[in-house]
Design a protein around this ligand. Structure first.
Ligand SMILES: [Zn+2]
Length: 113
């Protein structure tokens, strides 16, 4: 696999964000809110297509927080949020490309799943 898309250490700060150091030494820090709002799962895509916010819902606990994060195979990070949303998978390759573009656009544009 291309080392640019292969994660080394992954640091999950539940209240602030996720920092991934890639195998080629590139360090990418991601903001919690940007990750949540950019969630590329089918449910969040559906909400966006209907012009609705993916977060927060009326029942979302505030502030936003990560409850759990785990590897999804070797290619992605699966995040469980404190509103129990857990269907979003963040592929390492897409995260890297998103970060290289300055996270200027919503993450879901980079994730093809
Ligand atoms: Zn989602």
């Amino acid at each position: 696999m291309d080392p640019r898309y292969q994660p080394g250490p992954i640091d999950v700060q539940r209240d602030t964000g996720v920092t991934i150091t890639y195998e080629d030494g590139y360090v990418a820090a991601f903001d919690l809110m940007a990750l949540r709002l950019g969630c590329a799962c089918a449910a969040c895509r559906g909400l966006r297509e209907r012009g609705q916010d993916v977060w927060p819902s009326p029942t979302s606990p505030l502030p936003l927080r990560i409850d759990d994060a785990e590897m999804h195979g070797a290619w992605g990070l699966r995040i469980t949020w404190n509103d129990t949303h857990a269907t979003g998978i963040f592929p390492f390759e897409a995260l890297r490309k998103w970060h290289e573009d300055g996270c200027a656009f919503e993450f879901s544009r980079y994730a093809s799943i």
